[in-house]
Structure formats: structure tokens, C-alpha cells
Write a protein that binds this ligand. Sequence first.
Ligand code: 5GP
Length: 352
Amino acid sequence: RQWCHELPKVELHAHLNGSIRDSTLLELVKNHGDNGVLISKDVEQMILEKGTSLRKCFELFAVYHVLASDHETVKRITKEAVEDFAADNCIYLELRTTPKKNEAKGMTKRSYMDAVIDGLKAVDTVDVDLCGCELTNKKNGDWRRKKIFVRLLLSINRSEATSAAIETVNLAMEMKDMGVVGIDLSGDPTVGQWDTVLPALEHARKLGLPVTLHCGEVRNSKEIQAMLDFNPQRLGHVCLLAEEDWERLKSLMIPVEICLTSNIMTQTIPLIEYHHFADLYKSKHPLSLCTDDTGLFSTTLSNEYYKAAVTFGLGKEEMFKLAQEAVDFVFANEDVKKHLAQNYEEAKARIL
Ligand code: 5GP
């Protein structure tokens, strides 16, 4: 477990609002009080039962979005999420979030993202590299201080209208020089139509923005096939694929973001021993271990590596290679990849 903690790690699938600390959540509930929208006791009960089914997750996300609906809170949860990943020895974090409008709080999708950037600037336990420049000053000129590369993905929620999804893609383009490197499609998989979001995803492709899609969280063959036809840069989850779609995924070699704890807790996969990680790993399919929602599922990236090691019998060299290979799938540029590759070379001598 300690070794998995020391291993430098790359996180490619982490949702901002799913990564809120329990302590922060409870504080936000307390400050929010009973105001007719949320009842503290009910929310506390929901937090206790968090992450135990896909339905409960999305009920809880609706609550999170009420609690974290102002700029200050968005800034705070961003700062805390980055500090938590850095404390877990994550050296590259691709943090994804759905830009939200909230007229009552004077929030636009752009001002929501500005609050996220403010959160990155407020990080003080680690140096943050965003879009090639360091946001935080080296404390007392200490060049040995830990550093984390952070890049952002803007999520389109599946329930959004086409125009709202296109607005998110345009915002991503506008913020390309501010650390935004791609687009994610997420949200409740039982809601929304592929055809509604496809124009926005095609728009992203035309603009040269890489795309990752949540795929196969529920059985929906038609949609899974459409996603494979789209052939995105990466796919998340890929749990419930029919045999022929599975074979197609493998032949397309689309890198997969694997979220072990998330898939088990939401009961998308009944037992970790049956997880499709084993098949993909054996077939040398490109993949990367990820947390999905550290807060919601009470996990860390080290814990995901530890679970993979004990469940599938991987040794230190195999784990190291798994972490190192994730560098190939990051959406950041070649310069960042070179830095990360160098980090792994240095770490090899230290921990292998
Ligand atoms: P946010 O984008 O608000 O920062 O992070 C929370 C959002 O991410 C949720 O409302 C949901 O749209 C998306 N999300 C988080 N975890 C999952 C997941 O496991 N599956 C899917 N489909 N979406 C998720």
C-alpha cells in the first residue's frame, strides 16, 4: 500500500464535484442549513449511503451542485482536490468539470471556470503547472518542492441541449491557453440522447479538441456502437459492452480509463474479480487506472493501484509500467509528456 502511494501517478478521469472532501461536504451542508431546498438530516443520510448505486450517485450530484453553486465554493473545492491528488503523489491531473450557469449567483459558464482557475492559483501545498506556466511561487526558492501538472477537461452533461453543449465546446476553445485540453461527455447515462450531443462533439473534433466519452455504464448497444463509430481519443468505464462491441473496442485500440472502485460501488460490475480490467490488461489494450470520484467513492489513486495489484496479482514492475504508460494517453502536449517521462525515469531508480 505504501509503495502504491510512493509510485508517481497520472490521473486521467477525475470529476471535480465528485472529488469534494467529506469534511468539506459536511461543512457546506451545515452552512447551507435547512432552507426548503435541502434538509440537512436528509443530506447527511445521503452522504452516509453515498456511491452505493448509480441512481444514488446522481441524486447526490444534484445535492453537490446546490452546495457548490457559488464562486467561492468552486474555488475552494478545486484547491482542495488538487492538494489531495498531489498529497497522493499524483504528478499529472486531468481534472474534469461541467461548467454551470447560476443566474441567482451571477454565475456564467465562463465565471464558473474562472473560479476553477482561481482555485488552482490558491493551491499552496504544491507547485501547480497549468498550461506550461507555474501558477504558484516556489516557496522560499525551494526547487525541490513537489510539482503537479494540472490540465482541465470541460464536461458536457448528457442532459444538456445541443446549443448548451456547443457553448461548452466553444468555452473550451476560448480557454485553450488556460490549461483546458479537451472535452468529456458525462452525466446520468439513463438520460439524454447521443444525437443531441453529437453535433457538439463533432464541433470539438473540428476545432482539434480531444474528446473522451463515458461509455457502457448501462446496457445501450446502439449508443455504445455510435460511440465506437465516433472513435474518440479515450473512453471511460466501458463496462457493459456486448461481445462484438468489445472486440471492436479492442481492435480500435481506444485507450480506456478504468475506474475499479466506482464500477463496483455503483454495482455496474458485480465483483472486482470479474472486472474487465483483467481482459484488457491481458490483451495489452491501452488503459489507465483512475479514481472517477474520490469523494463520492472514498478512494484515492494509490488505492486504485493497490486494488489492481492485489486483485489481479500484479508485481511492482508491472504496476510501475502501468502508471508510466498512462503518460501516452494524456491530452497535454509533447513537452508535458517529456517532463512526465523524465519523472518516471528518476522514480525508477528510487522505487524499483
Ligand atoms: P462536475 O462536473 O459537476 O464537477 O462533477 C460531477 C459531475 O460529473 C456529475 O454531475 C456527473 O455529470 C459527472 N459524473 C461524475 N461521476 C460520474 C460517473 O461515474 N458517470 C457519469 N456518467 N458521470 C459522472
